[in-house]
Design a protein around this ligand. Structure first.
Ligand code: PAF
Length: 282
């Protein structure tokens, strides 16, 4: 496995692989890899002939008051996981390489990137789409792998790909959970043991939503209400949003739909967590 910080060398490597008849898969990450990321790299390795993992803590998707400086950086362990999961190349650019002092362009998806996460974290998705567009241009992939955990992110990236004619297939892989149900996240390591227990209520609320959808006549609005009530009553959870919305548009859904996604964002202590579950209605 080759580790490379120079974008031109990466582009050259993927072009050589393609010239040899190989398909290219890319897994964009910010490092601090866990089993969720590993599942993305494994999926890429099983479906593509040449796999590039990118590790870059992207400053433009963090607001000034967010955790950029303390975001975990665990490069050596990350490289081991990438190697074991079947990566061919790991791209580890410097911030000054990705954003030279005079860079001026931003890729911005309107509407869907302004909702929910975008409302809570203004500018966040502009940072994501700008870096992902750059990574796609550098790695020229056939397929790119994202986790369902960041449900809105994969929709925003899909929208960008359609709008800007990127010739890449977006693959969304299932959420990987800890044994107790907590969705894997690089930020889970910030939780104290007590906070971690509290955080389980997020998954519990999603399961409650699924039970209501499949076993009762409750409307999507009612289910969202019950999730909000449950989370607001849980000491130690500061709810940001809990909604039941359309899986493509994130717009509210009405009664009679056969599926929808329940999305939750909440702060536990100082750690902001998100989770989701696609609900099947009876
Ligand atoms: O999901 C992430 O880790 C990041 O948002 C991504 C897609 C790597 C862009 O920096």
């Amino acid at each position: 496995m080759h580790v490379e910080a120079d974008p031109e060398v990466i582009t050259q490597a993927v072009r050589e692989a393609r010239a040899g008849g190989k398909s290219i898969g890319v897994v964009p990450t910010m490092g601090a890899l866990h089993a969720g990321h590993v599942s993305l790299v494994e999926a890429a390795a099983s479906e593509c002939d040449f796999v590039v993992v990118t590790i870059f803590v992207n400053p433009t998707q963090f607001a000034p008051d967010e955790d950029l400086a303390k975001y975990p950086r665990t490069l050596e362990a990350d490289l081991e996981l990438c190697r074991a999961a079947g990566a061919d190349v790991v791209f580890t650019p410097a911030a000054t390489t990705m954003y030279p002092p005079n860079s001026q362009s931003v890729v911005s998806v309107s509407r869907i990137s302004r909702m929910l996460e975008g409302e809570s974290r203004p500018g966040h998705f502009d940072g994501v789409t700008t870096i992902v567009a750059k990574l796609f241009n550098i790695t020229e992939p056939d397929r790119a792998y994202f986790g369902q955990k960041d449900f809105q992110q994969q929709l925003v990236v899909r929208q960008m790909v359609r709008d800007l004619n990127f010739g890449v297939n977006i693959v969304t892989c299932p959420i990987i959970r800890e044994a107790d149900g907590l969705a894997m996240s690089s930020r889970n390591r910030y939780l104290s043991p007590d906070e971690r227990q509290t955080a389980l209520q997020i998954k519990q609320s999603l399961l409650l939503a699924q039970r209501m959808a499949s076993e009762t006549q409750a409307s999507p609005a009612k289910i969202a209400d019950v999730m909000r009530q449950k989370l607001r009553q849980t000491p130690g959870i500061n709810l940001n949003y809990a909604v039941v919305v359309d899986t493509d548009t994130l717009n509210p859904v009405t009664e009679g739909v056969d599926h929808a996604v329940a999305l939750i964002a909440a702060r536990v202590g100082s750690t902001r967590l998100i989770d989701n579950l696609v609900l099947q209605f009876r």
